[in-house]
Design a protein around this ligand. Structure first.
Ligand code: FE
Ligand code: FE
Ligand code: ZN
Length: 276
């Protein structure tokens, strides 16, 4: 089995997100821990969280895949931007503990000309400063398309970060199908080969979540433009193979496709139909 959901707005709180997920036919979802462009996070309302936890339990939700703001850059050249990233992640991880045992996914960062080696070192350093032995949240590095100076453009770069992190059991990877395709991994013609490579370099036990997106662009384009499921260059039959792959069962699959709520509900329904 798999869990399927989409991004949901966090504006009205946790219980509202849970209800919205049910409306869409979802049993997992992603949400931004704060405005995706950064800024302040809303205060936690414990009653609201309690209501949400009830909904999640009653409806057998899988783990949530929270998303850090994409402006967060753990390997910025400027020290104050890195300090801000550390502050945001520290705060976000504290908030995540109100809903224990879920995932916190982030874009490793952009090295902005400092080189990926330097970027990798800074990202690992920040993680070593913010991760705590007692946390129940697993932090996920997202596979990136490799546009600009993005770090995490291939499995080797993600592994280079992971091997420098001390609290290894607090870390995992979220594989974004649009990003790996744009990054040059042919999940259409050689899904088994790509997963074997992931296993060899990182280890499939580290693969905790999937961002299920089609791509507007061809293999290796390094563009990162998401498309609706089945309407892009990856296509529906590859999507069907991905969600049914034996090595990916049990994972949360999160849609980040360009859709409104009705579009997501339709995609979730379609994927459930295609899942055997
Ligand atoms: Fe992302
Ligand atoms: Fe993604
Ligand atoms: Zn993307």
């Amino acid at each position: 089995m798999i869990y399927i959901g989409s991004h949901i707005s966090a504006a009205k709180g946790y219980a509202a997100m849970g209800k919205q997920a049910l409306k869409l036919g979802a049993d997992t979802f992603a949400f931004f821990t704060r405005n995706p462009r950064g800024g302040k996070a809303k205060a936690i309302d414990e009653k609201d969280v309690e209501n949400f936890l009830k909904i999640a339990k009653e409806h057998h939700f899988g783990r949530l895949v929270a998303h850090a703001p994409y402006t967060m850059n753990a390997c910025a050249a400027k020290e104050d931007i890195r300090a801000f990233a550390k502050e945001m992640m520290t705060e976000d991880l504290a908030r995540m503990e109100y809903t224990p045992g879920n995932y916190y996914n982030f874009h490793p960062g952009s090295h902005v000309g400092q080189g990926s080696e330097a970027g990798i070192a800074m990202i690992a350093e920040l993680l070593n400063e913010v991760l705590k032995p007692e946390q129940t949240t697993t932090v996920l590095l997202e596979t990136m398309a490799g546009k600009g100076s993005e770090v995490g453009r291939n499995f080797e770069e993600l592994q280079a970060i992971l091997e420098r992190v001390e609290l290894k059991d607090k870390m995992g990877v979220c594989l974004d199908t649009c990003h790996v395709w744009d990054g040059g991994y042919d999940i259409v013609h050689d899904l088994d080969g790509v997963l074997a490579e992931f296993d060899k370099i990182i280890g499939l036990d580290k693969l905790k979540a999937i961002h299920l997106n089609d791509s507007m662009n061809p293999l290796g384009s390094h563009k990162d433009r998401h498309e609706k499921i089945g309407e892009g260059q990856i296509g529906l039959s590859a999507m069907e193979r991905i969600i049914n792959h034996p090595k990916l069962q049990g994972l949360p699959f999160v849609l980040e496709t360009p859709n409104d709520d009705a579009g997501w509900a339709k995609e979730i329904e379609l994927l459930r139909k295609l899942h055997r």
